[in-house]
Design a protein around this ligand. Sequence first.
Ligand SMILES: C[S@@+](CC[C@H](N)C(=O)[O-])C[C@H]1O[C@@H](n2cnc3c(N)ncnc32)[C@H](O)[C@@H]1O
Length: 211
Amino acid sequence: MKRIGTYVGKQHGHPTGIVGRMVGERMIRQHVPETSWTISLLDLKMEDQVLEIGFGAGRAIELVATQIAQGHVSGIDLSQEMVRSASRRNAQAIKAGRVSLCQGDVTMLPFADNMFDKVFSIQTFYFWPDPQRAMAEIFRVLKAGGTLVVTLSTGSTRSIDDVGERWLRSYQTILEEQIIPGMKQLSFTTASIEQGPYSREFKTTAVVGMK
Ligand SMILES: C[S@@+](CC[C@H](N)C(=O)[O-])C[C@H]1O[C@@H](n2cnc3c(N)ncnc32)[C@H](O)[C@@H]1O
């Protein structure tokens, strides 16, 4: 049973093959509340240049693209399988040149400096190999005045004795003690922690910053 749990966990961090494809579609259904909340925090403008990191099966890319008719949505995800899924979901927008998706890692973004008005990421922070380096990369690609929103779960309604609950709660401390101070060192002009809606039993939190 534990081995199955570990396998499913791995599939969330790096979906592969047919199981990865199914996990990608399931995550779309599971992440509806935090996806719409994150997009609302972005305060999108028609001409925004937007980047999503870890887009999974590409539902947020699709939602953002419909809101910025004159803008552009870029996406990067570690998983080639998710690049395929999200590319299928956004085929028309890709053909029209309004969306472009690539495979890659948050710590090495293949984008020029000062390129994006908005950068966001939903339920991927746990898998970032080096969060401080990732934040520096995001800061580099954001335009001055640009906004960052990183959304994750920092708790659940399950008992405090539950290992998963304690693991999730530890992210609140990581955000407060490492990520927010790190963002201030990088010269983000604002850096705060916002509380969002519960998604299933999970407490939703976002780090919001402006360059
Ligand atoms: C839990 S899924 C969330 C997917 C999507 N954001 C959603 O809410 O449905 C995590 C995603 O982050 C991607 N990912 C994990 N590590 C990454 C990294 N270092 N750089 C970019 N993407 C990464 C995974 O491939 C996966 O698609």
